[in-house]
Design a binder for this molecule. Sequence first.
Ligand SMILES: Nc1ncnc2c1ncn2[C@@H]1O[C@H](COP(=O)(O)OP(=O)(O)OP(=O)(O)O)[C@@H](O)[C@H]1O
Ligand SMILES: [Mg+2]
Length: 439
Amino acid sequence: MTIHVLDDNTINKIAAGEVVERPASVIKELIENAMDAGATRIEVEIMAGGTSFMRVTDNGRGMSAEDAHLAILRHATSKIREVGDLNTIGTLGFRGEALPTIASVSRFTLLTRREGDDLGTRVTITGGREPDFIEAGCNIGTTVKVEDLFFNTPARKKFLKTNHTEGARINDFIVKLALSRPDIEFHFINNNKMSVVTPGTGNLYDTIQAIYGDKTADSLLGLTLEDEDIKISGYITKPSMLKSSRAWQTYIVNSRIIQNRAIAKAIDNAYKSLIPKSGFPLAVLCIEVPQRTIDVNVHPQKSELKFEDESRIFKAVYKAVLDAIRPAGRGLGEVAAVVEKPEQHVTMEPMQFVPATEPLAEPIIPQWPQASSAQAAAASPIGAQSSLRPSTRPCTARHRPPHLRWPASLMHKRVCAASARPLLLCTISMRLIPCWKAR
Ligand SMILES: Nc1ncnc2c1ncn2[C@@H]1O[C@H](COP(=O)(O)OP(=O)(O)OP(=O)(O)O)[C@@H](O)[C@H]1O
Ligand SMILES: [Mg+2]
């Protein structure tokens, strides 16, 4: 067996396996580039769940022709010079991998112009082959178009879900990215329909309201905590507004969207300490820690990071959430009074995405009958907790969550049985009446 060095195209395709898993990962990389370029407006358009067409346009600083030539090379980046820079990094990208890997598995076009340049540059690459550069007229900023993703790697294409699911995942990413940067105006067009629009006012509350709607915004509780070197701000919904999964929670650490079990657990525990576990609050948590206390280079898609001391983050989030849902000086009874009608959002499948508007994914809402929470809290030895517990009385079929409803086939039999009942009674009485008369 002889050893040989792989060519760039093969290296890029292998890297694409990690960096570009599905259309949503492409969108995430392109939006992050736009954010790093100082854009104040980002427009995203997709068709067929992103599999056939994706376009991200920003009004950021754009690139010179020379930089556009370099940008599509592997490990070419303007964001770091050496590994030590990662300790103080302020940008989302740092690997210099996203553009070449995306271009290696799609039909890729990049159009970019800087302020002050008369003409921009258009770069086209098909499946990682030799790039084509020409001068082109365009707006200031950058547009990246990605068509036919995975057209040259059919094995990867097979792993994609339906267009609807892939589109929903893109929606989810855009929502989270928009929440992480309220100062940027986002426009997301999915199959010619405007799905997400954020105002870009710099106000997180306005952004949450634009994405999730007025009802959710009305139930938000502000959350703040300032420790020695941990700063937490954001919003969380009242215990009366629970969601069916954690898909509605966004954790932003030093402007990066991350997934983190410790943060999720801290929110769960804070809620569970007040109410029985029955759902998940919607939460947008912005956490700021000194850059030197985190390692951002631990995940191929940059969706996780390593904290120097995760237990401190856990405690800080737990306290911030608890303080928000039970402000100082208020007892459990008062918290219960806030929880007048807990909405139980029941879905059978974990939610895949966060909808653009509030009512879209709101599933069947069984209204559990219950006494006024204040009364119940007063009557119960454990105060608020008992007032929040759903009644054990069975709910009617109309209010039953989908998994408790009769399947259609049985439902038909039930209806038939119900309509046969009067007939049966009639037949029996016809037989009995003559017997009774004879007596
Ligand atoms: N929308 C954009 N506007 C301006 N410059 C851009 C844009 N997109 C990419 N670039 C430039 O191209 C370079 C390469 O981008 P690419 O996304 O491949 O790598 P990166 O962002 O540096 O790191 P990462 O792979 O972690 O995303 C960037 O460093 C940046 O200088
Ligand atoms: Mg990048």
